[in-house]
Design a protein around this ligand. Sequence first.
Ligand SMILES: Cc1ncc(COP(=O)(O)O)c(C=O)c1O
Length: 379
Amino acid sequence: MRETPSTKLPFFSELPAFFSRLESQNRIRTLDPPSGLDFCSNDYLGLSSHPKLIESLKQGIDLYGAGSGASRLVRGHRTVFEELEVLFSDWVQAEDSLFFANGYAANLGSISCIADPSYILFCDRKNHASLMDGVRLSGGKKVYYKHSDLNDLEQLLQKYSGSKNKMIVTETVFSMDGDKTDLAGLLYLKEKYGALLYLDEAHAIGLFGKDGAGISLEENISEPSNIDFRMSTLGKALGLEGALISTSKDARKYLLHSARTFVFSTAPMPAIAYAGITSVHMVKGMEAERRRLQENSDFFRSSLQSFGKDTGNSSSQIVPILLESEANALELSSKLNSHGFQAKAIRPPTVDISRIRVSLNSKITKEELEKFIQVVREN
Ligand SMILES: Cc1ncc(COP(=O)(O)O)c(C=O)c1O
C-alpha cells in the first residue's frame, strides 16, 4: 500500500471521540479472516497453500528448530540464509543479496543507511510507505516526481545536477494501480545523471521477466547488475515472508553491518529461508501459471472496460476498478462479498481515487472471473 498521510494519534482521553469520527466515516476496520474467493491477496501464484511449500517449511522446522535466537550478527546466522542468498542472486542476476525479515524492514533499513543528509532522493509520487519511511529516516532531501513521469524526473535531475549524491527510488509494478515503471528509461536517466537506482520488485518478483525473476530481467533490460539495489519480497508471489536486497558484494557487506533493521533484529526463522529455497525453485518453473495469470488479467481488464469501467493504467495482475466515490467502493465491495468474492475497497488517503483493488492469482478460473465481472456489471 502506498504511503498514507498518517492520522495523528490523539491523546488517550480523546480516543473515544477519534474512534467515533472514524466510525462515522466508515473507517473502523474489522479484521476479517479470509472468506470467499480470494480477489485481494498478494498470493499471486497460490503458493502459500501449496502442499510442497508447506512440507518444505515443516522440514525446515525439523532441521533448524523454531526461532533463530538472535540477530545474524550475534548467534542467529545459519548457512541456510546464505544458501538462499546465493540462489536468489543467481536467479535475479545480481552479485549478491541480503535476507531481511520482510519487505518493509528491507526497504526501511536499506534506504535509511544507503542515503544520508547529503543525498537527493527522487521518489515516484506513488511509492510504498516502506520506501518513503526509509527515505525520511535517511535524512536526505526527498524530491517527488509525478507518478511514472520520466520527463518530470529528468527535469528534477537537471535541477539538482550539481548534487553529488543522488538516488532514484521506485516500485516496478505499483501496488495500488498495477502499472509498470519504464525501467529502460530509468536506467538511461540514472546513467546520464550519475544517480543510484533503488527498485522495489515486491509485486513483480515471481511474475515478470526471465523465469519470473522480476521486471529487471525483462528482455529489453540488457544489464540487470547495473541496477544498484533491488528489493524482492517472499511475502507475495513466493508464498512466504521475508525479503532480499540484491546488490553488489560490497554493498551487501555494507548493509549487513549498517542496516539497522538487519543488525538490531532477531534473524528470521531459518525454516523460512529453507522454504524460500524451495519456493524459488518452484517459481522458476511456473511459466504456465505466469502466462495464464497475465492472460486472465488481460481478459479481466478488457471485459471491465467493455462496459465502461476505468482500470487506470494497469498492465499486471493488479487491476483497480476506479470508482466515483468512497460510498461506491464500499457498496461494490459488499456486493461482491455477498456473491462470495473477497475484494476490498481502498479509499483516500491511501489512494487518490477510491477503488476496488483487485489482485488476481493463478488459481482463479475463467468461470470465476466471468462471475465476478457479471456482479460488477450488474452493480
Ligand atoms: C511495494 C511494496 N513494497 C514493500 C512491501 C512490504 O513488503 P512485506 O509485505 O514483505 O513487508 C509491500 C507490501 O505491502 C509493497 O506493496
